[in-house]
Ligand binder design. Structure first.
Ligand SMILES: *Cc1c(COP(=O)(O)O)cnc(C)c1O
Ligand SMILES: [Zn+2]
Length: 427
């Protein structure tokens, strides 16, 4: 029985069945698409709640956490003028106190972490496991430090200095893996067999997607209408999927227009698997042609958070479907272009960017210059991270030291024993 007080259900994009949420990541019928949240509220009421939770109507939560983190949106004047654009809007997630932006971990991954923690507490109970190239891990570390939610964060060794927090993260187990992002994911997956551990779930996690979708919600609410274009740099593309899902809800609301914004999603050359697949009109990524020599390519990009080798691209409800539904475009930029765009953005708008956000700005510039985007178009530019310089200046941060290093020096059995013992403190 589905109780009447459920504010949302999960719906499978393949069999269309509806389910109550038990922190469910896949259709119980085994369909394999991305489950979507279907909210009882068909129109969006902005709630008088802290931070991101003002969008609670369309987040898979009942309660909230105290936070100031939320996206902000404003109309650009200087960058717009520089590019000859008349209707450029910036959705900023990061730290920029003058504009009311207080995302202490600096990226929109914090919009994922907040509702994920609430969702887990309401639907199950245990320790959250996150594998990350840096930004997601830091976001969960920060929210763990703020809320005491236990988390296990697994990162590549060379990303371990990215897991800083503004408070001591006493309920985090930080594990570093000798290898790249994909090796971290593989090791994290092996830990999932330990009872009491719940994987964050990546794109399959509706809290992750709907948390990121608040960038689109904030944009539409500020502009009073949905944009013609939503521009974002992508590695997994989850933010793009999220923007599409949010726009479908806004379209159903009726007050923000009905045309879905076109997605313009950008990757960083030379690692551009989704650009290759989409431009070849394929639902599948072919490793040999779409990401040849991937290890080497990954080493060359400016933004390594954009280097997911197994993005949710072809899966039902994934990036391919989002691009198809929105008449979307995928393109790439060069590292040099991204660096220049980041410098230009800082000069004109006044805040430093995460390298991924610089890739996004370069993608916008390229698309205006080659005519993909018209100069009068209403554009929402998703600045997914930034303000690190101000964070450094304003906030005494703590760089967390790893508790476990997976480097071949300790037996895997011993690592599992340590992790099990740590989990048993909470479960
Ligand atoms: C993770 C990340 C992205 C890419 O997000 P997707 O999951 O691919 O949508 C872009 N920018 C920043 C700053 C990120 O941390
Ligand atoms: Zn199904």
């Amino acid at each position: 029985m589905i109780s009447d007080d459920e504010p949302y259900l999960l719906v499978c994009p393949i069999c269309n069945k509806r389910f109550p949420d038990n922190y469910t990541m896949i259709c119980p019928c085994g369909c394999g698409g991305l489950l979507m949240a279907e909210y009882k509220a068909t129109s969006l009421t902005i709630r008088d709640l802290p931070g991101l939770f003002r969008f609670s109507d369309w987040l898979p939560v009942k309660g909230l956490l105290p936070t100031r983190a939320a996206p902000i949106c404003y109309q650009s004047s200087l960058l717009a003028q520089n590019l000859g654009l008349t209707n450029l809007w910036i959705a900023f997630s990061g730290y920029w106190p003058e504009r009311g932006a207080f995302v202490i971990s600096g990226s929109f991954k914090e919009f994922e972490a907040l509702p994920t923690v609430v969702r887990l507490r309401e639907r199950a109970s245990g320790v959250i496991l996150v594998a990350s190239a840096g930004n997601t891990g830091r976001a969960f570390a920060q929210i763990s430090a703020e809320t005491r939610q236990p988390v296990i964060v697994v990162v590549p060794e060379k990303a371990s200095d990215r897991i800083w927090t503004s408070l001591p993260a006493e309920n985090m187990l930080l594990i570093t893996v000798n290898g790249d992002y994909t090796d971290a994911i593989t090791f994290a997956n092996s830990l999932c067999s330990i009872p009491g551990i719940y994987s964050e779930g990546g794109a399959k996690n509706v809290a992750r997607r709907d948390g990121m979708g608040t960038m689109m919600l904030e944009g539409a609410v500020t502009m009073g209408i949905m944009p013609d274009w939503y521009v974002q740099a992508v590695g997994s593309g989850t933010g793009g999927i999220a923007a599409w899902e949010a726009s479908v809800r806004l379209s159903g609301d009726g007050r923000f227009g009905s045309d879905l914004p076109r997605l313009l999603l950008i990757q960083n050359e030379p690692f551009i698997p989704m650009v290759k697949a989409w431009q070849a009109e394929r639902r599948d990524i072919l490793p040999e042609s779409d990401m040849p020599d991937s290890q080497n390519a990954i080493l060359q990009v400016y933004s390594d958070v954009l280097t997911n080798r197994a993005p949710p691209y072809g899966i039902a409800g994934g990036v391919y479907d989002a691009l198809t539904a929105t008449n979307g475009v995928m393109d790439y930029v060069l590292t040099e272009e991204a660096k220049e765009a980041g410098t230009l953005f800082k000069q004109l708008e006044g805040v430093d960017l995460d390298p991924a956000a610089a890739v996004c700005v370069a993608g916008l510039i390229k698309s205006v210059q080659n005519g993909t985007i018209q100069r009068e178009a209403r554009i929402l530019l998703a600045i997914t991270g930034g303000g690190y310089d101000r964070i450094q200046a304003d906030i005494p941060i703590i760089v967390n030291t790893p508790s476990i290093r997976v480097d071949g020096k300790i037996e895997v059995e011993e690592i599992f024993r340590i992790v099990r013992r740590w989990v048993s403190r909470y479960v």
